[in-house]
Design a protein around this ligand. Structure first.
Ligand code: SAM
Length: 316
């Protein structure tokens, strides 16, 4: 029953467009969260419905039932996605309020932070993704948002193109401090491509401070699935299998998994120091308690991490 529900939503995503199945999946969770009453929700993404198939039907079902259904399929999955979004929203807002001048959204998919975070007008935003995904995104955004002056769309394939060259060609200013976010992408690109991306970020940040957010999937999902969930979580192996089959079915298999040390080492090699590393275990009470939705330990989904690194320029 559970896998049939998952299969049906995968088929909807697959039938329409080849490259954005997972981007649609993330937007759908943001839409579901946005359906909650303002006093009960953790994030608000009013544009997510533009990217969600069957959004009218989902609205009829409502937030509570949709979260309940997701909980039946993979407990904690919805809350993980929402906490990841909230964590990055806060990071970007704090960085921009603290004076960071540029924001680069790597693998932006249907991320709408450029529109919904109320960033200062002076903040220049670069959205990076595959050309087809960007074209589709712009065609689905409200017309008045599809061509804003402070947002530059830069099409890049991380596996085959130079992020550095593409960003410089698009007007990235190396003298300005920047926050870079790579949300829900590292598992889809090769390790070589991720390392090259971090190297490019480092070279782009020789003259000004940089903050870099990266989410990554723990390689323990194969070696010790239990360790990727809270104590008492039911059938961890089966849940991981369901997720791996689901993403592979939409044509975007998880090809790269990491250990914390591996990520830390790669960042360090290019001048970044890890300053934070969180999972839903850490964010559960912070985000869900205030809205009366804290999860029990046996519902915790911890297999993806949210890491933040910084690279500071030393002025002599
Ligand atoms: C799971 S989606 C996440 C989207 C967005 N960051 C979010 O959280 O809503 C993964 C994104 O990575 C992008 N992506 C995957 N492989 C890529 C590649 N080789 N080069 C550029 N973008 C890629 C996809 O197009 C997609 O938008």
């Amino acid at each position: 029953m559970n896998s049939k529900v998952l299969d049906a939503s995968i088929d909807i995503a697959k039938s329409s467009f080849k490259k954005d199945g997972t981007a649609q999946g993330v937007a759908k969770q943001r839409m579901i969260e946005t359906l909650a009453k303002p006093e009960n929700r953790v994030i608000n993404d009013p544009y997510a419905e533009n990217f969600t198939q069957g959004s009218g039907f989902l609205k009829l079902i409502g937030h509570k039932t949709l979260v309940w259904i997701t909980k039946k399929i993979v407990p904690g999955f919805h809350e993980h996605m929402v906490s990841r979004t909230k964590f990055i929203d806060d990071l970007v807002k704090d960085s921009v309020n603290g004076g960071t001048e540029q924001y680069v959204i790597l693998g932006a998919g249907y991320d709408t932070r450029a529109h919904r975070l109320d960033l200062r007008n002076a903040t220049k935003v670069f959205e990076v993704d595959q050309a087809d995904v960007q074209k589709r995104k712009r065609s689905m955004l409200p017309k008045e948002l599809s061509n804003l002056e402070n947002i530059t769309y830069v099409d890049v394939d991380f596996n085959h193109q130079s992020l550095k060259d593409r960003l410089l060609e698009a007007g990235f200013d190396q003298s300005k401090s920047t926050v870079f976010t790579l949300e829900g992408v590292s598992q889809y690109v090769t390790k070589k491509a991720l390392e090259k991306t971090i190297k490019d970020l480092s070279e782009l940040s020789q003259k000004a401070n940089a903050i870099f957010y990266i989410s990554y999937v723990n390689d323990l999902i194969h070696k010790n699935p239990k360790a990727c969930f809270g104590k008492g979580y039911l059938n961890p192996e089966k849940k991981i299998d369901l997720i791996l089959k689901g993403v592979a079915k939409v044509g975007e298999p998880w090809i790269s998994l990491y250990k914390e040390k591996e990520i830390e080492k790669m960042l360090f090699k290019y001048g970044f120091s890890l300053r934070d590393n969180k999972t839903l275990s850490d964010l559960n009470s912070l985000y869900f308690s205030p809205v009366g939705r804290e999860l029990d330990e046996n519902q915790i989904f911890n297999l993806e991490h949210s890491a933040v690194a910084e690279k500071l320029v030393i002025v002599s």
